[in-house]
Structure formats: C-alpha cells, structure tokens
Design a protein around this ligand. Structure first.
Ligand code: SF4
Length: 294
C-alpha cells in the first residue's frame, strides 16, 4: 500500500497533493466516460464511514467546486444499529465540512441476526436490506443519482468472483439502473485503486468507522480473489490495469455468447476486415505473450 509518511512535512504535503489530484482526475474521467453526473443532478452520496466513501465524497466535493455544470450533493448514512456504532462521528464530520446530510436510522442489524442462521455470513441479506432502504431514501430526497464508493479493485474482484464461481462474464458497472428500475446508481471511483483510497484516507485523517462492528465474518471468497489480484500486481506490475482496460474493450465476436453475436448467420462478406479489425488467428499475431506464465 502506498503510504504518505515522508518525514518532511513539505514532501508529505507534495505527495498528498499528487494523490488528491490523481483521485480527482480518475473520478473526473469516470464521470465523463459514463456520463455519471449531469447538470441539475441531485447526487445522493452513500457514506458508510469507511475509507472508500470518505474518498468518494471528498473527490465529488472538489469536482463540484470546479464543475462547469451545477449539481447538488447530499450525503446519506444508514445507521443499521450495529452494537457500538459511533453515531456522532459522521454528523460531526459532515457538519464541520458544511455538507448537506441525512442520517437514516433503521435496525437492519437485528433483522439480519434473527433471520440468518448462526455461522452463516450476514452480508448478503444485510446488503439487500441496506439497498432497499437507500432506494427509498433516494426517492424521499428527490435524488437523481445514487453514488456508491466501489472502486477499481471491487470491480475486478467481482469480475473474478463471477468468473470463478458464477460462470458469468460480469463485473460491476460504473452506472446502472437500480433493481426497482427507479434510480440510476453510479460508481465514480470505478478507475480508482483501493490502495490510493487507503493512503488518502490515512493522510487526510478521515474518522474511519470500522466495518467489523456487525461481527460478520468477512466474505472469504472475495478476500481470496483480492489477495490473488494483489499478488499478480506485485509479480506483474500493470496486469491489474490491463484487466480493467479489457473490461472496456470487449469483442463479442471473439467470445462464445450467441446472444451477443450472430454466429449462426455469419457468412463470407468478400471484404477484408478493416485495419485494426478482428482477425481469425490473432492469437498467433500477438508475438510475445502479454504476460509470462505463472
Ligand atoms: S460486513 Fe457487516 S455491515 Fe457490512 S455487509 Fe456484511 S453484515 Fe452488513
């Protein structure tokens, strides 16, 4: 993890400034690439008290101040009544920063504890309940977008979880329609690395609320996939970024999904493929393998 702990204050400030700029640039790129925020939007920023959501709010506030189009931000925290939840931390932080906010109190914790059998992970039901509450609140607040703090590494971990365990080529989109069809959910941190968010949170001294209050065991498969990605990145720098790029450069004609490409109706056209187009034998044309074998 990149940590900003240079002994010289000026050097530390320089590094933090560089990191803040990168964060804003990457959030700005995601907003532009997916048209995440438009003029007149009222964006509900979901704030859990974790490093990612603090980073998200911080970047959106900075961009809002310079954005060529006006949009509103309202921070929302769902107090799920987990034992020991420090309920004053977020209101104090948000008030000090002058951010409009709304705290929703709903005891999903007891529901999850009551319904999920002992020893089973709580996260599935907990997230579904939380999502439902957030959609309701978005409607009540007149929010036109719901912003979540998922970052690049969440997207990639989801991609591999679906690949390994779900048999699906599917990640987490940067923009999607909510399950109830009434809201647009956005992920402005889609291009941001998790270790950048961790370093930024530490350097900015965000008052982090630990996510272990619920006592749920962490999602083991997600942890294993996360460790796999970190190990790849260590051994083959650039690999993780390449996988992310691949998610935005999909060739249905070179996969096996007949619902995305009309393989059945494929006929000779008599025309050569355009420059840079698909090639039947392109695996032989790549030359050096992209990555050395593990
Ligand atoms: S870690 Fe706890 S709070 Fe987070 S989704 Fe799982 S059960 Fe819910």
């Amino acid at each position: 993890m990149q940590v900003i702990r240079h002994p010289e204050p000026r050097k530390r400030a320089y590094e933090l400034n560089k990191l803040a700029k990168r964060l804003r640039r990457q959030v700005g790129e995601a907003i532009a690439d997916f048209n995440l925020i438009e003029a007149g939007d009222r964006v509900m920023v979901c704030l859990s008290g974790g490093k990612d959501s603090y980073g998200l709010l911080d970047a959106l506030l900075a961009l809002q101040a310079k954005a060529p189009v006006p949009f509103e931000l309202v921070a929302v925290n769902l107090d799920q009544k987990q034992p020991g939840f420090p309920e004053n931390v977020l209101p104090a932080y948000l008030a000090a920063r002058g951010v409009a906010y709304h705290i929703v109190e709903q005891d999903t914790y007891s529901v999850v504890k009551r319904v999920v059998p002992q020893g089973k992970t709580l996260c599935g039901l907990c997230s579904r309940l939380r999502r439902g509450v957030l959609y309701r609140v978005a409607g009540e607040l007149g929010a036109t977008k719901i912003a979540l703090g998922h970052h690049r590494d969440d997207i990639l971990a989801t991609f591999f979880l679906n690949l390994f365990y779900g048999g699906k080529l599917k990640a987490m989109p940067a923009k999607l329609l909510s399950d109830d069809g009434r809201h647009v959910v956005i992920r402005p941190l889609a291009y941001v690395r998790e270790d950048d968010l961790a370093a930024y949170a530490e350097a900015r001294g965000f008052p982090i609320i630990p996510c272990s209050l619920c006592g749920s065991q962490a999602n083991l498969q997600r942890q294993v996939v996360g460790a796999m990605l970190r190990e790849w990145e260590k051994r083959h720098p650039g690999r993780v970024e390449s996988i992310l790029r691949a998610l935005s450069d999909v060739r249905p004609s070179h996969l096996l999904d007949g619902s995305l490409f009309d393989f059945a109706g494929l006929r000779p056209t008599g025309q050569p493929a355009p420059a840079g187009g698909e090639r039947a034998f392109d695996s032989m044309e790549l030359g050096e393998p992209l990555f050395a074998e593990d």
